[in-house]
Design a protein around this ligand. Structure first.
Ligand code: SAM
Ligand code: SF4
Length: 349
């Protein structure tokens, strides 16, 4: 029952496996709303009272990996590949900071064309010259590379474990090593990164028990940012035709995660918004406290098709909607938005 969950949380500041599973399996609408409300109160009390906007730059859609769910996997010849030139990445980042963003996420496929030196230069400039947090979502690189990126100024890394069920992990990742993934995550924590991980919800063969295991895994490995998004079946991939993940289960997972890892940064994902737009905002009242806005120029972004019909989460539109929903933005972001509004949103977009 909901009261048991609350009492357990207040006593231990986390949940156990059985309670996580109970939330994941909740279908009763009233009980779900109660649990979401509790997760929301915990978010506002223990993290921030505002929603953090982070700006994502999808700087390359080249990838040398074959993840079975992903639309930019190396085997997909049906998409147009691009790489954003270094100077342009910097310009996009600067523009994002001027608009009011306080974190820039560099995301891309695993693309060695961007050498460690090049990434180091980009990170250094964004962090030291634009005075902004840099978060990396670039897949697996050597431990040495991640050490250098940290020294250059990156403070966060997002590397999803995707699923802790080894059998499913191996089935969907023909060229990824389960043990190395976990070892690398632990190493990132050791290096002092605010380390992000996460799973895909609704992978073929996955059950709620696997998702409960994912949450426990992240808690026990000191994961501080959590990216959980529903699986979206995508054209020209081996998982084309499999059913999409459930948006309702994703919301339950956000609430369960908030009550298990109370201080986490947890975005309401674009994948969830792609399945059900309103749910992305509902998620901000069910345990999530971050939203990633996409600042990749349209000419590139339209080819970053990691999954079908990916929505564009726009900066100003998202910020306005957050305010309309009665939620708050960070003081810096809010101030910049008010200024932009006064100027008729004349910033380059
Ligand atoms: N290449 C890097 C990596 O894999 O960590 C970063 C980019 S990758 C596109 C970012 C995330 O997209 C992955 O961690 C994966 O969970 C998610 N993703 C890719 N295809 C997806 C799909 N069809 N449905 C849901 N999530 C997907
Ligand atoms: Fe490449 Fe990441 Fe897609 Fe895997 S999920 S194919 S590593 S971009």
């Amino acid at each position: 029952e909901v009261s048991e969950i609350i009492n357990y949380f207040l006593k231990y500041f986390t949940l156990d496996y059985e309670k996580i599973l109970w939330i994941l399996r909740l279908e009763n609408e009233n009980k779900k709303e109660e649990i979401y409300k509790v997760a929301d109160i915990v978010t506002r009390t223990l993290t921030t009272d505002f929603i953090t906007l982070k700006g994502i730059i999808e700087f390359t859609n080249y990838c040398n990996k074959s993840c079975n769910y992903c639309g930019i996997r190396v085997q997909n010849n049906c998409i147009k590949r691009y790489r954003i030139p270094e100077e342009e990445i910097l310009k996009i980042a600067k523009n994002g900071v001027d608009m009011g963003l306080t974190t820039i996420i560099l995301q891309g496929g695993e693309d060695e064309y961007f050498s460690d030196e090049t990434l180091e230069r980009i990170i250094y400039k964004i962090h030291h010259e634009y005075k902004t947090s840099v978060s990396l979502s670039i897949g697996e690189r050597s431990k040495e590379a991640y050490k250098r990126f940290k020294e250059a100024g990156a403070s966060k890394v997002l590397l999803k474990h995707e699923t802790i069920n080894k059998k499913i992990f191996n089935e969907i990742h023909p060229d990824k090593d389960y043990e190395y993934r976990i070892e690398l995550l632990d190493y990132l924590v050791y290096l002092g990164y605010i380390t992000g991980s996460g799973n895909i919800i609704g992978l073929p063969g996955q059950t709620e028990k696997d998702i409960a295991d994912d949450i426990i895994f992240m808690r026990d490995h000191r994961i501080k940012m959590i990216g959980m998004g529903p699986f979206i079946s995508t054209h020209n991939t081996p998982l084309e035709g499999y059913p999409d993940g459930s948006a309702d289960l994703t919301l339950n997972a956000y609430a369960a995660t908030r009550l298990t890892i109370p201080y986490a940064l947890m975005p309401a994902t674009t994948a969830l918004g792609t399945l059900k737009r309103d749910y992305q905002f509902k998620a901000l009242r069910s345990g999530c406290n971050v939203i990633m806005v996409n600042i990749t120029p349209d000419k590139y972004r339209k080819n970053y098709n990691i999954y079908d019909e990916k929505i564009k989460v726009e900066f100003y539109e998202t910020a306005e909607r957050i305010l309309e929903e009665g939620l708050k933005l960070s003081p810096y972001t809010y101030r910049r938005i008010l200024e932009a509004k006064r100027n008729g949103y004349s910033y380059e977009r």
